[in-house]
Design a protein around this ligand. Structure first.
Ligand SMILES: NC(=O)c1ccc[n+]([C@@H]2O[C@H](COP(=O)([O-])OP(=O)(O)OC[C@H]3O[C@@H](n4cnc5c(N)ncnc54)[C@H](OP(=O)(O)O)[C@@H]3O)[C@@H](O)[C@H]2O)c1
Length: 350
């Protein structure tokens, strides 16, 4: 039963510092009717991701921001409920960037069909989606780890970082993760197979903790956070170390950028390669990445964790939680009932 109207979350104002509830507005809008070549999707899961903070700002970036008044941008998994499109049928489960709303119209551009038999459909926003591909290509292509090397990962328990450490282990590396609570640091070693986990918030001395957990030095740093953690890591690098710069979450909500890392000498004397990347750089190879991730998942060699909040109206608060480290695992909003779980076809992995 499709209702006549649905809820959307629109950007109301550009935030200063961390986003606040009044930077968003919930709007009731008519559910659109698909024209020829279009289909209507009922949103089941909305992905919340750190990049959304960037889309709320008009600072120059790699894509234009969301305009004030527009529906917030976001990846979703949903179910096709009406279709006038030859390639998508009612009942198909799809993933695409269709925004913070309960129903969305699509022409099919940038939308892919999900196989619900493969894994819970929410994984299309996590291990079998953008975060998984980021971990896979960022570590293997940018970081270029070799067996026996030490890989350090920041935001290591999150959607991307949780997978980076596991892939590093699959490649025969030593993996050390930094995370913001004791429970997260324990999860790294007890559940994900990291060799060591450091709570960077409570470690009395980050240098001593890195020294103790990386006695042979650091060869690859998968940087999700930037700032003072990156500066500490830089003091422990080996010759020809590689920094795969994936994200700078410690900086996204600052009104003045932090002046770190300040010790560029480490780049010169150790001939370090620092390379930023965006997952889109590897778009031509997504099929390869997803196939490999799905194979590892099927073999039980990759674990993941989801942090799901209920109801579209909770998305703004959940985004701020994510930006402040209050999530534990891939942050999702359940916008409506999961059609696959509802039919009892699959359970939730962890
Ligand atoms: N380059 C790309 O194409 C690409 C694609 C996807 C994601 N990313 C980036 O990858 C990073 C991780 O994204 P994700 O989706 O996997 O998020 P996530 O790790 O699931 O969640 C974000 C985590 O960042 C940590 N964090 C927040 N503030 C921090 C601070 N001030 N200092 C240190 N850590 C902080 C928190 O964990 P703790 O409790 O451990 O601090 C929080 O749980 C982000 O920087 C994101 O922008 C880049």
């Amino acid at each position: 039963m499709i209702p006549p109207t649905h809820r959307q979350i629109r950007l109301a104002a550009r935030p200063t510092g961390y986003p606040r509830d009044d930077d968003f507005r919930i709007v009731e809008s008519p559910v659109p009717e698909p024209g020829s070549g279009e289909f209507l999707v009922r949103v089941v899961y909305l992905s919340l991701d750190p990049y959304m903070r960037g889309r709320m700002s008009d600072a120059r970036s790699y894509v234009p921001p969301v305009a004030v008044g527009d529906v917030m941008e976001g990846g979703i998994v949903g179910e096709v409920v009406r279709s006038s499109h030859p390639g998508f049928a009612v009942g198909d489960v799809v993933e695409g960037r269709l925004g913070w709303q309960e129903y969305a119209l699509s022409s099919g551009k940038g939308v892919r069909r999900i196989d619900p038999a493969l894994a819970p459909i929410s994984t299309a926003l996590g291990v079998l989606g953008m975060p998984g591909l980021t971990a896979y290509f960022g570590l293997l292509d940018v970081g270029q780890p070799k067996a026996g090397e030490t890989v350090v990962v920041s935001a290591a328990s999150g959607a991307v970082g949780g997978l980076v450490g596991q892939i590093a282990k699959l490649k025969g590396c030593r993996a050390v993760g930094l995370a913001g609570t004791d429970a997260k640091a324990r999860y790294l070693t007890e559940e994900l197979g990291y060799d060591a986990g450091i709570n960077y918030r409570t470690a009395p001395n980050l240098d001593a903790a890195l020294q103790a957990t990386c006695p042979g030095g650091i060869d690859v740093y998968f940087d999700n956070v930037g700032g003072r953690i990156t500066e500490a890591v830089s003091r422990h690098v080996n010759m020809f170390a590689r920094f795969a710069v994936c994200g700078l979450i410690s900086q996204y909500n600052l009104t003045e950028p932090e002046l770190a890392p300040r010790n560029e000498r480490f780049v010169l004397v150790n001939r370090v390669r620092i390379q930023g990347f965006l997952v889109f750089d590897f778009a031509a190879r997504y099929k390869e990445g997803l196939a490999r991730l799905a194979e590892w998942l099927r073999q039980g060699r990759l674990r993941y964790r989801e942090d799901i909040v209920e109801g579209l109206e909770r998305a703004p608060g959940a985004l701020t939680d994510l930006l402040q480290g209050r999530n534990f695992g891939k942050m999702l909003v359940r916008v409506g009932p999961d059609p696959v779980v509802a039919h009892g076809a699959t359970g939730r992995a962890s």
